[in-house]
Design a protein around this ligand. Structure first.
Ligand code: DX5
Ligand code: ZN
Length: 235
């Protein structure tokens, strides 16, 4: 069965503890933490202190999605507060592509700094966390191949990261299916997570394509009945 990871980026921060406890009571499997530095993505969200408030409010596993240019600077803090997964972007050494006024996305560099990626994977592992690697919508699935045997989680973005409530980009379906094929053909174990624009309508199709964990921000926290949202998403 697919797992659901509500993103607290779309929660009511004034009632954060209450909201994550309600998510757990409704059957959520994980809580997703969207960490933004205002540089890698055009927005700032929250840091380890707010993330810790969520972790202390509900006992679900938390995954920290680091949308930051220098993940090295955040690993120790997120490990210390008890994040189970720490996920960083393959585009950290990439090129800033402008998408419009105060909007941008980093696209992967041709000459990817492979050494740095492996060093970050090693550092996350060394602090006892599970390792996630994530791809922005423009990044081809082939670019992540060298790292798949060393990670626990492959996070496929279905929006340009930075904001909750954006429109789902359907190109992610082919990427999910390709990642699922690669995983099966090579006997690998990483989980496939999809993030951005997920709702109770596209959830079944995403799971059928090969996704194991679905992040949902706005659709989840705006729904009037969290348990019903999860029931529909899992059906
Ligand atoms: C986007 C974030 C997502 C986002 C999901 O930068 O990584 O986790 O908050 O929110 P929705 O489900 O509203 O797209
Ligand atoms: Zn996210």
């Amino acid at each position: 069965m697919v797992k659901i990871a509500p993103s607290i980026l779309a929660a009511d921060f004034a009632r954060l503890g209450e909201q994550v406890r309600a998510a757990k009571a409704a059957g959520a499997d994980m809580i997703h933490l969207d960490i933004m530095d205002g540089h890698f993505v055009p927005n700032i969200s929250f840091g380890a202190d707010v993330a810790q408030a969520s972790i202390q409010s509900c006992s679900l596993p938390h995954d920290a999605h680091l949308m930051v240019t220098d993940p090295e600077d955040y690993i120790d803090n997120f490990a210390r507060i008890g994040a189970e997964y720490i996920t960083f972007h393959l585009e950290i050494d990439g090129i800033k592509k402008h998408l419009g006024e105060r909007r941008w996305v980093y696209v992967i560099a041709e000459d990817l700094n492979v050494k740095r990626i492996f060093e970050i994977i090693g550092r996350i592992r060394s602090v006892g966390c599970k390792v996630g690697l994530t791809l922005n919508p423009p990044t081809e699935i082939t670019r992540v191949l060298p790292f798949l045997k060393d990670i626990d989680l492959l996070l496929l973005m279905a929006v340009h990261p930075g904001f909750a409530g954006q429109q789902f980009i359907p190109g992610v379906f082919d990427k999910i299916a390709a990642a699922d094929d690669i995983r099966r053909e090579n006997g690998l174990q990483f989980e496939i997570m999809v993030d951005g624009g997920v709702d109770s309508d596209n959830a079944a199709e995403l799971h059928a394509a090969g996704a194991d964990i679905l992040v949902s921000g706005s659709s989840f926290f705006k729904s009037t009945d969290y348990a019903e949202f999860i029931r529909q998403a899992k059906s």
